[in-house]
Ligand binder design. Structure first.
Ligand code: AMP
Length: 422
């Protein structure tokens, strides 16, 4: 079978690596891919948002499954376009993708299905948002409702900072139209966990748990990023808690989406805060997380392509997934300055040596090939991922691999997975 994978980040390198192991795969194309995915299939020079070109390419080459990595094309209707052309697509249709692309819609689904989340209100004008935030005397979280590359959220311990954040989002439009509407939420306390599940419209298959590290600095300090590292499993999610998450969050979400006329298919990602009062939804994503996918896929033993086809065909109840019991840790190496400005084009050394270590995979994200050399081409450059006998062992192996790799102004957090070890 021919498969077209759409995207170019670390998540897509992990997806490509896993899909390439499938016995069912005849040819993998990645649009546009990166130098890492080129080792798993053939990169095709089409951007993730060039929906017509992607569909044309799939039709011309006889692709029978499209797998979509990032959220933007999902929100823009790439799945609808493939399906109209008679090609299976792994991911939600545009209407269902609103669960991520419109946080106001997500909040509405949660409210009407009694799904536990932070108290919050939605505003589409700054004056009302300001008056509401000013009336609060506790910490607030201000979120641009639209897609903002994972950076549209401000956690403000002082409501006065919340007003400034709302002003930046709604008046200065730092995220463009994604900030036409904001959601103002109470700040929740607890430990975060990411729950990813395959959903075929009806059946739910929960994957192994993981935890991301959003802030740029050690000890969760500094501004939020796309994610600086992750580990799997996340010990904070006990079996009992997982049962509660499935019953109180995943099942009502899938049911609620069906009732709202947007049946959900693909991967459903619930970003949760495990509070003293139980799990609460911080956000939904409609695709695999980046970097959570990297450690999760290091642990997946089953054939990913078979699972994705089962999702598309609505027969997820007929497949069984097998997981590696050993934990995995992924450390993201970023360009110095990220998530602010950073330079590109720095030559990366040590990739081969790091990749040769046992149980280590170096997933490429913001990289490019120039004159036969791999150079930096983005903020998050690599996801150095290792399996270990314990989380501490996986962490040690991941950092051992990180220390073999170098590029000018390389930066990584040094405490990824410390929380799990503690
Ligand atoms: P989101 O994109 O909505 O998941 O938000 C990004 C990050 O902001 C989350 O991973 C949390 O660290 C933080 N966050 C979002 N909402 C809240 C909340 N209500 N309380 C505390 N932290 C939050």
């Amino acid at each position: 079978m021919k498969v077209l994978l759409i995207g170019s980040g670390g998540r897509e390198h992990a997806l490509a690596w896993k899909l390439a192991q499938s016995k069912k795969l005849e040819q993998l194309y990645i649009a546009p891919g990166n130098p890492g995915t080129a080792a798993c299939g053939r990169n095709v020079d089409i951007g993730v948002n060039q929906i017509d070109k992607l569909v044309d390419f799939a039709e011309e080459t006889g692709v029978s499954l499209a797998v979509i990595g990032p959220e933007d094309p999902l929100a823009a209707g790439v799945v609808d376009a493939f399906e109209s052309a008679g090609i299976k697509a792994f991911g939600p249709c545009a209407k269902a993708a609103q669960l991520e692309a419109d946080k106001a819609f997500a909040k509405q689904i949660m409210r009407s299905n009694a799904i536990p989340t932070a108290e919050g209100r939605t505003f589409d004008n700054f004056k009302d948002a300001k008056a509401y935030i000013a009336s609060r005397d506790e910490a607030v979280v201000i979120k641009a409702a639209g897609l903002a590359k994972g950076k549209g959220v401000f956690v403000c311990d002082d409501p006065a900072d919340g007003i400034l954040a709302a002003e930046k989002i709604m008046c200065d439009r730092i995220f463009g139209d994604a900030g036409l509407t904001v959601v103002v939420e109470d700040k929740l306390l607890g430990e975060e966990a990411s729950i990813l599940a395959f959903v075929d419209g009806r059946n739910i298959y929960v994957m192994e748990t993981s935890q991301d590290h959003k802030p740029i600095g050690d000890g969760d300090t500094g501004p939020n990023t796309g994610g600086m590292g992750a580990y799997s499993p996340a010990p904070v999610v006990t079996e009992e808690l997982m049962d509660q998450i499935v019953k109180e969050i995943l099942v009502p979400t899938v049911d609620g989406m069906n009732r709202s006329g947007a049946p959900y298919k693909g991967v459903l990602y619930a970003g949760l805060m495990i509070t003293q009062g139980g799990p609460r939804v911080l956000e939904f994503n409609v695709r695999f997380g980046d970097p959570e996918t990297q450690p999760i896929f290091m642990r997946l033993k089953s054939d990913l392509l078979e699972v994705m086809l089962a999702v598309c065909d609505g027969r997820l109840d007929q497949v069984a997934l097998e997981w590696q019991p050993r934990p995995a840790v992924c450390v993201v190496m970023a360009s110095g300055g990220y998530p602010g400005d950073y330079e590109k084009g720095k030559r990366i050394t040590g990739l081969k040596e790091a990749g040769q270590l046992e149980d280590v995979m170096v997933f490429q994200a913001g990289t490019a090939e120039e004159d036969g050399q791999i150079v930096t081409a983005g903020g998050r450059v690599l996801g150095v991922t290792a399996l270990g006998e314990s989380i501490a062992d996986a962490q040690a192996k991941a950092y051992q691999a990180v220390d073999k790799i170098d590029f000018e102004q390389a930066y990584c957090r040094r405490d990824i997975a410390d929380k799990a070890i503690r």
